[in-house]
Design a protein. Sequence first.
Length: 263
Amino acid sequence: MAAFVFAVLMMVLDHYTQLAGHVRSVLLNVLQPVEMIAALPRSLYNTYTDAARSEESLRREVKALSARNLLLQAQLQRMRELEDENRQLRLLLDAGSQLPSDHIELTIATVLRVSLRPEADFMVLNKGALDHITPMMPVMDANGVLGLITEVSELTSQARLLTDPELSIPVRFERTGMRAITRGLGHGRLEVDFVRLDTDVKPGDLLVTSGIGGIFPPGYPVARVQSVSAQKDGTFYRITAVPVSRLYNNHEVLIVRHVQPHT
């Protein structure tokens, strides 16, 4: 009963004096900081979660951009390689046009492997018997003679490089016309044999194929003289030379095939 009477009195006081409104206002002012403090952990958690999600999203984006950048760099490098291959092919074709055209056919081959063993310098090419390749065919690049086909399978062939100790090439000095023979020394060098001391020869002289023997077309560059000194027997020079061809850095090469004339 007392509680009922107290409630009625409060209602009357609120109606005439708006006491409850003042009380509510005071209570709201008192409780608002408490509510803010109570909500702070949740707010901090949401902020941290959003930041973590943003960071993870940025990491994924950076990773994707890095992968794309790597792919673009690889594509650019491949384009550069293709441009270099096209340039080398044009040079090969230009070099081939300088060879005698009578009874000669040219085949472009890709270098599969190069061996630089001291006892044998050779390269493996992607053309073989199915492409009418046979032993004793010369191999050249855009700059000069590379070597000679020595072994042939159905799909590939092996060319002995001119720096191989087992390969000799008849040559002549372009400046004087003097004939000689080159012999491989390995390690990218040649020796020029049978040049007498009374011969006019000096470093820098260009050696070209002489055509003797009918294997190498005449007039194609072989090597440049590197050094000249007298041998101990006092009869011949000891001459070393370096090939003018890109011995170990070719992607494509030319195989020269002699064709029998029709009768």
